[in-house]
Design a protein around this ligand. Sequence first.
Ligand SMILES: Nc1ncnc2c1ncn2[C@@H]1O[C@H](COP(=O)(O)OP(=O)(O)OP(=O)(O)O)[C@@H](O)[C@H]1O
Ligand SMILES: Nc1ncnc2c1ncn2[C@@H]1O[C@H](COP(=O)(O)OP(=O)(O)OP(=O)(O)O)[C@@H](O)[C@H]1O
Lengths: 218, 218
Amino acid sequence: RKQAIVVGLGQFGAALTRSLAARGVEVLAVDTNEERVQAVAAVAAHAAMFDATEEAALQRAAPERRDLCVCAIGEAGREASILTTALLRQMGAPRVVARAMDPLHERILRLVGAHEVVNPERAFGERLASRLLTAGVIDEVPLGDDLVITELRPPPAFVGRTLADLTLPKTYSVTVVAVRRPGAPVTMPTPATLLTAEDILVIVSPPGAVPAMMDRVA
Amino acid sequence: RKQAIVVGLGQFGAALTRSLAARGVEVLAVDTNEERVQAVAAVAAHAAMFDATEEAALQRAAPERRDLCVCAIGEAGREASILTTALLRQMGAPRVVARAMDPLHERILRLVGAHEVVNPERAFGERLASRLLTAGVIDEVPLGDDLVITELRPPPAFVGRTLADLTLPKTYSVTVVAVRRPGAPVTMPTPATLLTAEDILVIVSPPGAVPAMMDRVA
Ligand SMILES: Nc1ncnc2c1ncn2[C@@H]1O[C@H](COP(=O)(O)OP(=O)(O)OP(=O)(O)O)[C@@H](O)[C@H]1O
Ligand SMILES: Nc1ncnc2c1ncn2[C@@H]1O[C@H](COP(=O)(O)OP(=O)(O)OP(=O)(O)O)[C@@H](O)[C@H]1O
């Protein structure tokens, strides 16, 4: 079983703890705030209240034996996040992921040895923009710079037509890779698949292809 | 051209402003903090320093004429975020997206009329867990509860073999929807596609299928 330490149980740290635990990871969740420790006690394998910048306390958590150590401290303490990250590396943690609040903070975290740095607010802000802009788009997720996954309601002009009929890859450079129908398991589409107004299409395409298609069809 | 107001230019609000502007949206970016207003002045169509809870000032920004209004105020002010959201709806903004810091805050934001509520830290925490756990996984993005998109390096056992050969959908319930090769445009795979160690496979599958496949193959 994989083991992880998560330091800092704000929204991000707590959500990460829950997701890791849901995937069968043994999580030691740490925070100085008792309420926040309590809030994850039911899902984390262990929930402990201590200051992660206190070397003796952190050492007892055996970072060197964990597959993953995450420092999820946020606004509450930049110095605490830098110090905790540095200590985790010093103690031999094989993989340290640290949360940065801005580019300068990120640079410092890398300097003190974070293997990976994440900025949840920034990452989400980038992803949200696309989702908000195209009507019918339920979600749009960039994958690298060259691909986008879009979940989309079919425009009225597509309803009642088959995929073979619509020739989407040829006409709009978009490929439907799955169709979701409410109350039915998600399906891989075939050329004969007939689109209904309740469907959600899962599309892979280059960036901009789906908005362009929605403009042309409208 | 679409128009948006973004109130609150922390990491999330600033990143959202940049992404919207990059997509051709005319953004009015608002913050009480002069430095933060300055930081986006180059990318936002307009950057203004005022308190969004001041009714007269907010009214002058004409929320009713914008396609999208986002309240991205964070820890700095829950009351400010609630009040701003309420005012935007009162002034007839057709679409108000508000950022919540926790489930209670979310409930209140919906009560005062937010059309949509987002929690960047929580959303990102959920997505990060998967990415961190499976070796070779570059990114893993849930799409609803029934589908996952995974970007994955092929395990050694797959290198040099064709997709027809590997029968991935049948054997592991995973479908390769795109193959990325460094320095080449992303391609739709065919049964004859031969996998190399430099490839990145883009896979659609039910949750858990990719980790299960990586375990079986290892
Ligand atoms: N030295 C420390 N040791 C352990 N936990 C700490 C330490 N310093 C801060 N924390 C905890 O880190 C958690 C997250 O930090 P903070 O409150 O700054 O982030 P946040 O902005 O509320 O988080 P989020 O944005 O994820 O909701 C807090 O619960 C805080 O108690
Ligand atoms: N009444 C208000 N009117 C305009 N801007 C405001 C108001 N109240 C707060 N803000 C701004 O909202 C921005 C974001 O809020 P805050 O600083 O709490 O979030 P943050 O946690 O730093 O943001 P992020 O997590 O996105 O980095 C700040 O720049 C703050 O100045």
